[in-house]
Ligand binder design. Structure first.
Ligand SMILES: O=C(O)c1ccc(O)c(O)c1
Ligand SMILES: [Mg+2]
Length: 629
């Protein structure tokens, strides 16, 4: 139930964001903790409930109805169509009165009957506003990015100003403004009382028809490429004091379980408010205020990562860790959990924690090192993250943790705390080996199911206070892979999310939803050589790859020899170089990687993913043939 109290602006959501019938949508919005809704006309038309019943239901759920929409193709039309429009409007005003909604959204016309005449548009909207006023209703005029003649916010503002009626104002929709690349800074000079409504939506940067972009690809704030922090700052600075409302048309969300979408939606809005309170104008900061949201954790790296294993995969995982020079340093005092360490890299191998969803080998937990785990867990709870119930004995650490969308547990830890997580482990007598030069966990790679990708990115960003890096796409053997990595400013916590774009059907790669843990080495060639000596089975990279590499980068012969000999891969960007190698897949879908960043290389060797995926498939095939022989 709602844990995010509203002390700042009201938070609303358009019913079009969520899947289901009107009833499903209202319940989901209320349960997530929204204060109000925009009712999309089609949702009401398909409902068997009278507007009065909908109004009552909303009241019972603690929701206000902040907007009724959309009313279309009204202004700057010939007299007969104007008459018809006014007749339609009277019916809508009646519906609004019955719903208890005081604002109707009017989209700029796309009709071929509309003329390019601002005076006429203003006159018609003035007439509509005076009719609306008789019902105590306001008209919020919104410039659609594809409006026939009015398609920018400044144009809609000129018309509203000319229309000059107290019941006529603007609806600003971030999508329509930012998708066209309009400069939003002019919003600041619009009088706040003329801003009747605000709709917030993000979107990925795409080059396509703007109507298609809007109707299929909108995202919740923070999930796309628009600068919504600046946008909201400008709107609040102008003096807008209505609800912050989300209006997201998205093909995936339209068919997703509405409770989860509503939670994602609210999380995105709270996170957006938070970013305005950190950087906005004084007026915007005061308006966006959120009570009692602890600051994002100051992350200091990964405390540990946990791999859940089963009877068969345990030997593979432990064997690979030993081959990478890790030492089994400690054993959990009450659970079948081993701690393996090298440098600051710590891996828990948990024989009681295979993936609850699939029973497979999986990265079951991430733990981030930070100064105040209790505050971080409190923040996560305020951001609607599901808190993980923990079984722990009275003398064991009560670790604060939450569950990420795909079931991965996220722990907040202080490794050096006296009663911290390490306290639950007893040291083994194993002497620390020479290692292979691994220092720490560089990143964790998690593949997400397509429908949860945007939600997962938002979750990690918002809960851990991370920032997204550049999104990328590569064509891989089993389909297109999209990736988005997120990291803290110091790059000590990096999470590389990826997704098979639109995966459908039966034909599927050998490794489903792979996950990996990458370790940082200062000399990956030496690490690979030592790992070989320790008996590690390195993933073999084909000669074709290295031949192409040589041609592309003209690397020194010595380096090429090393890359070939140790099955290393290579990448380069403007700021540095990246060398990396992999283990085969351990169990069903986990593998390990060792990376070396030279200079300020910022990526993850994503261009090499298709080569790695094909190599993994080859390796597993060979493995199976060997087992069957
Ligand atoms: O796509 C549309 O038609 C549409 C309707 C109403 C809106 O508020 C909007 O932004 C778009
Ligand atoms: Mg809109």
């Amino acid at each position: 139930m709602p844990t995010t109290e509203t002390t700042g602006p009201k938070r609303s959501i358009a019913t079009v964001c969520l899947s289901g019938t009107l009833e499903d949508k209202l319940i989901a919005a209320a349960e997530a903790g929204f204060d109000g809704v925009e009712i999309f006309e089609n949702d009401l038309l398909a409902s068997a409930d009278s507007p009065e019943t909908v109004r009552e239901r909303c009241r019972d759920l603690g929701l206000t109805i902040d907007l009724y929409q959309p009313f279309r193709d009204f202004e700057a039309v010939p007299p007969d169509l104007l008459e018809a429009g006014l007749r339609r409007a009277e019916q809508k005003f009646g519906v609004c009165e019955r719903l208890g909604a005081d604002t109707v959204l009017v989209c700029s016309s796309v009709s071929p009957d509309t003329v390019d005449d601002d005076d006429l548009a203003a006159e018609h909207l003035n007439l509509l506003a005076s009719r609306a006023a008789e019902h105590g209703i306001r008209i919020a005029y919104e410039a659609l990015a594809w409006g026939r003649f009015v398609n920018t916010y400044d144009h809609s503002w000129r018309i509203v100003r000319r229309g000059d009626h107290p019941n006529l104002g603007l609806c600003l929709d971030s999508f329509h403004i930012l998708s066209r690349g309009s400069d939003p800074s002019g919003i600041r000079v619009i009088p706040g009382e003329k801003l009747f409504f605000l709709q917030l939506a993000d979107a990925p940067q795409l080059s396509m028809d703007v109507l298609q972009w809007s109707r299929h690809h909108r995202l919740f704030p923070g999930q796309g490429a628009f600068d919504l922090t600046r946008f909201l700052d400008l709107v609040l600075t102008a003096g807008y004091d209505g609800p912050l409302s989300l209006e997201v048309f998205n093909d995936v969300f339209r068919q997703s379980e509405p409770h989860q979408s509503a939670i994602d939606a609210l999380r995105s809005l709270v996170t957006l408010q938070e970013s305005v309170t950190r950087g906005g104008s004084e007026r915007a900061r005061a308006r966006a205020r959120i009570e009692d949201l602890p600051a994002p954790p100051r992350t200091e790296g990964f405390a540990f990562t946990e791999i859940g294993v089963d009877d068969r995969s345990e030997a593979d995982v432990v064997g690979a860790l030993a081959g990478l020079g890790f030492t089994h340093t400690a054993q959990h005092r009450s659970k079948p959990v081993q701690l393996w360490e090298q440098g600051e890299a710590r891996i828990l191998v948990n024989a009681s924690a295979d993936d609850p969803a699939t029973g497979e080998t999986a990265v079951t937990a991430l733990a981030v090192e930070n100064a105040d785990p209790t505050a971080s867990a409190h923040r996560a709870e305020r951001l609607l993250a599901p808190i993980l119930p923990r079984e722990h004995r009275a003398d064991e650490a009560d670790l604060a943790s939450v569950t990420a969308p795909n079931g991965t547990a996220v722990f907040f830890c202080r490794t050096d705390a006296r009663e911290g997580w390490l306290h639950d482990f007893s040291p083994t007598p194993n002497p620390a080996g020479p290692g292979t030069g691994l220092r720490a966990i560089d990143h964790v790679g998690l593949t997400q199911p397509f429908d949860h990708f945007d939600g997962a990115a938002l979750f990690y960003r918002s809960i851990l206070g991370l920032q997204p890096e550049a999104p990328a796409e590569v064509a891989a053997p089993f389909g297109l892979i999209r990736s988005l990595s997120i990291a803290d400013a110091a790059k000590r916590v990096r999470i590389a999310l990826s997704v098979s774009v639109l995966r459908r059907g039966e034909w599927s790669p050998e490794v489903r939803d792979p996950q990996h843990i990458a370790f940082a080495s200062q000399d990956v060639i030496a690490s690979a050589a030592k790992a070989r000596d320790l008996g590690l089975d390195l993933l073999e990279i084909p000669a074709n790859y290295h031949d192409d590499l040589e041609a592309r980068f003209a690397l020194p012969t010595r380096l090429m020899d090393d890359l070939r000999e140790h099955s290393l891969m290579y990448d380069r960007d403007e700021d540095g170089e990246f060398l990396h190698f992999y283990t085969p897949v351990l169990g069903s879908r986990v593998f390990l990687e060792v990376v070396q960043r030279i200079g300020a290389y910022a990526g993850y060797g994503m261009v090499n993913a298709p080569i790695r995926m094909a190599a993994h498939r080859r390796h597993r095939r060979a493995d199976r043939l060997e087992r069957d022989a």
